[in-house]
Each structure stands twice: as C-alpha cells, then as structure tokens.
Design a protein around this ligand. Structure first.
Ligand SMILES: *[C@@H]1O[C@H](CO)[C@@H](O)[C@H](O)[C@H]1NC(C)=O
Ligand SMILES: *[C@@H]1O[C@H](CO)[C@@H](O)[C@H](O)[C@H]1NC(C)=O
Length: 241
C-alpha cells in the first residue's frame, strides 16, 4: 500500500473507533451497563449446621437442581453498591436491598449477583466479602458464567455461632483492559441477615462498596469495540447452567 494511503486508512480506523465509543449511543450503552446484575430469590434451605451445608446454590439454575427455577425469582435489577443488612429493618414493612423499590417478603431469601470487573490499571485486585450472615460464595472466570457449584467456588464464608459473621476474600492479578467475570451468591436461612462486598483495584481504590457510585469498572456487559470481551451473561436468572 502507498504510504499516504495506509496513513489515511489508519486514521480513518482511529476516527471510527473513537466515534463508536464517544457517540451518544455508545455513551448511553456504557451508562446502562454499569453495576452488577442481581436477582433476589426465595431460599428453600433451612440452616441445620454451622457450615449451612444444606445451601446448594445450584437450585437457582433450573427445575432439576432441587429448586423450582424461575419460580424462585422474586425480581431482578442491577446494583453499584455491595452492602445490605437487617439492622433497622422491620420485615412486616417488606425488605428492600440496594435501594430497590422491589420488596422481599421475609428473612429467608437469597441473592445471585453477576457481572464483570474491568481493570483500568495493572496489578492485584481484591474482592473482600465480609459481614456474611448466613453464607456467601464467589466464582470468577468461566465458572462464574456456567458450571458453578458449591464445591468449585473460589471463596466461601458463612456465619458460625462461635465466629460470628463470615468472611470470604479473593485476590486476582489483572491486566489493563481485562474483563473478569464474577458471581457472588448469598443466602440467609432466616433471622438477621447481612452482606458486605467490597472490590478494590490495585491502587486500593474501592470500585464496588457500601456507597459507591456507578462506574465503568464494575459492569454487567461491555459496549462498542469491547462488547465481545464482556457479553451479557448467558440466560436469565433462574434459567442458568
Ligand atoms: C465493609 O467492608 C469494608 C472492607 O473490609 C469495610 O471497609 C467497611 O467498613 C465495611 N462496611 C460495613 C458497613 O461493615
Ligand atoms: C429480569 O426480569 C424481567 C422481567 O421479569 C425479565 O424480562 C428479564 O429477562 C430478567 N432479566 C434477567 C437477567 O433475568
């Protein structure tokens, strides 16, 4: 190719890339994609031991896993914060988590969260889950999308009578521009409940926490040129595999 022609083509590609990302449609897509998707579920499992062994998260996938699939889904939404508690909640008024208008009828419920962490800078990212009452499990990578079971979670924490609320921590090295799929499932077998998910980038900046605002670093899909790096998770809540 003639050098000038090559240069022209190269510039055109640059302009097109920039146009896609900065177009009103691109910006609107990015804004709509912020936060983790989550669904509140009915929780069929009573707690009968310290490890809450009866809690099998795969009931959220289908009719064949001991649950009733979509019949257990109360509602779905997105969240850009990671904290809720029963402190100060009067369950007769309904339970509202993550500022949602949707009401959860009683204490025995569970929440399935899914989405991506996008690395803006290189280094070690920290996912800290604490204040867990009763149980929380974390998956990352392909297993966060499908194939997740209680046994292959990368971190699990649960409330015990001797240790109090549980903790589940995980660290992962990321490269700039990388999208990491994550899933957090939390459940409460009745009585007081709480969950505190904090995600920090390699500089220690909290990208998901108790009172974070939406950013492009915690999303449920990517837009424009990156959209194939982070497509929406396959299937709706209650229909996963
Ligand atoms: C949630 O956990 C983070 C990280 O450990 C901590 O800084 C924060 O104070 C906790 N928030 C609550 C409400 O417990
Ligand atoms: C969320 O709920 C709506 C309304 O029921 C449904 O159409 C949609 O598919 C659900 N999304 C997910 C991701 O489950």
């Amino acid at each position: 190719m003639h050098f000038k022609l090559f240069f022209l083509a190269f510039n055109l590609a640059l302009v097109q890339g920039a146009t896609l990302a900065n177009s009103p449609a691109g910006k609107a897509c990015a804004k709509r994609s912020r936060g983790l998707q989550y669904a509140a579920f009915k929780n069929p499992f009573a707690r009968t031991d310290e490890q809450y062994s009866s809690f099998d998260p795969t009931y959220m996938k289908s009719t064949t896993a001991g649950g009733q699939g979509t019949a257990n889904v109360l509602y779905n939404s997105t969240t850009s914060t990671g904290f809720f508690t029963s402190d100060g909640v009067d369950p007769s008024q309904g339970i509202h988590i993550y500022g949602s208008k949707n009401s959860i009828p009683d204490y025995g419920f569970a929440v399935n969260h899914r989405g991506y962490i996008k690395a803006d800078i290189a280094g070690v990212y920290k996912i800290q889950i604490n204040d867990i009452d009763d149980i929380a499990l974390l998956w990352t990578g392909d297993t966060a999308k499908s194939g997740w079971t209680r046994d292959n979670a990368v971190a699990v924490g649960y409330y015990t009578s001797y240790g109090g609320n549980g903790v589940a921590d995980y660290t992962v090295n990321m490269t700039p521009g990388e999208y990491l799929p994550i899933r957090v499932i939390w459940g409460n077998g009745g009585g007081p409940f709480s969950l505190n998910i904090t995600i920090a980038n390699s500089k220690g900046t909290t990208i998901l926490g108790e009172d974070t605002t939406p950013t492009n670093m915690v999303v449920w899909r990517a837009c424009g040129a990156n959209k194939n790096d982070a497509p929406p998770f396959p299937n709706t809540f209650g229909n996963e595999s």
